[in-house]
Design a protein around this ligand. Structure first.
Ligand SMILES: [Zn+2]
Length: 328
């Protein structure tokens, strides 16, 4: 366990995903708080217990869990904390998440099924060849996902601006939809630190196109807008959901903006008078990716094409349920 600033410790928890470990943060003091918890696997649970014990804590000592968003690697173990605390204390651990992601914690089964519908729709409209569709095995993936999360029916959700008392001072929320609809950064002005979840990561993409709830608009544009919201915290230390701390929020945001501008430009160059499917565009942009990256590649390609359409640089035509893009 790494001490980052006085009273804050990073707990690195293994995940079964290519991203590797997820970072959870223990905030000592009253109430004993954890930012994110890791996925529900026996390996993750053992690691969390081991690292908490190195600071002389048990699962049941955690009084408050603040979740940055509703993805498996961040929320899966929450139910274990709640059960442990109910056994030793009367009240369950207080678990909090933004209301737009609340379903993932309250009822993961339903959330996973909605995700599956999103997968199905995306694969269908993208024109993925049947040979590759067969390899996706989404039912099996959904079952696997379900096994990685224990639902917490007693979880609370917040809407708008919320504040939480912690041992390092008050944490206030910034809603940053994009990576997921309810993605949230928790900010401690007193310590000048932002728990940034997967909104800002040091050297990897935040995958801004996989939020299945498109009520905020095009995922990638929503994400880019949310980057502005974090710019008010320039000079703060960002503690992300994966990998190393982000020391300079401003230059990271600028680098991300350039990265996405380049991607949009690259996609624009691929749009010609010959119609292409989203799948075909994804292969031109991301090359020879593996089937387990299919959803990410399709979701991002679809967003890029939607952005081009919005900017009048492309026309998306639905032919028998499959989107085709041509130059406008
Ligand atoms: Zn994550």
């Amino acid at each position: 366990m790494n001490g980052l600033i006085d009273g804050v410790y990073k707990i690195e928890v293994p995940t079964p995903f290519p991203v590797g470990d997820v970072n959870c943060y223990l905030i000592e003091g009253e109430p004993l708080t954890l930012i994110d918890v890791g996925p529900q696997t026996s390996k993750s649970l053992a690691e969390v217990e081991k690292q908490l014990r190195s600071r002389s804590y048990e699962l049941s000592d955690i009084e408050q869990i603040l979740l940055t968003h509703g993805h498996i690697d961040h929320i899966g173990l929450a139910a274990h904390f709640v059960k442990a605390r109910v056994l030793t204390h009367k009240d369950p651990t207080e678990v909090w998440i933004h209301h737009k992601d609340a379903e993932a914690v309250l009822n993961y089964e339903r959330y996973a099924e909605r995700y599956e519908e999103f997968y199905d729709e995306l694969i269908t409209v993208s024109g993925v060849p049947e040979k590759e569709t067969m390899m996706v095995q989404r039912k099996r993936i959904t079952e696997f996902f379900k096994s990685l999360v224990g639902s917490v029916p007693t979880a609370h959700s917040f809407e708008g601006h919320a504040t939480f008392k912690t041992g390092i001072g008050e944490l206030s929320t910034i809603w940053v939809p994009g990576h997921s609809s309810g993605s949230t950064c928790y900010v401690c002005d007193e310590k000048r630190v932002v728990f940034s979840g997967d909104h800002i990561l040091g050297n990897i993409s935040s995958n801004p196109s996989i939020a299945f709830d498109n009520s905020e608009g095009i995922g990638m544009l929503t994400y880019l807008k949310s980057l502005d919201r974090i710019l008010s915290k320039v000079g703060y230390l960002a503690l992300p959901g994966h990998r190393e701390p982000v020391l300079d929020i401003k230059s990271r945001v600028e680098a991300l903006r350039t990265e996405y501008d380049d991607k949009i430009r690259e996609a624009a160059d691929l749009v010609t008078n010959t119609p292409k499917t989203v799948y075909e565009v994804s292969r031109l942009i991301y090359g020879d990716y593996e089937t387990n990256s299919l959803i990410l590649a399709l979701a991002e390609s679809r967003d890029l094409l939607r952005i081009l359409e919005k900017r009048n640089q492309a026309k998306l035509v639905n032919q028998h349920g499959v989107i085709h893009v041509i130059k406008n």
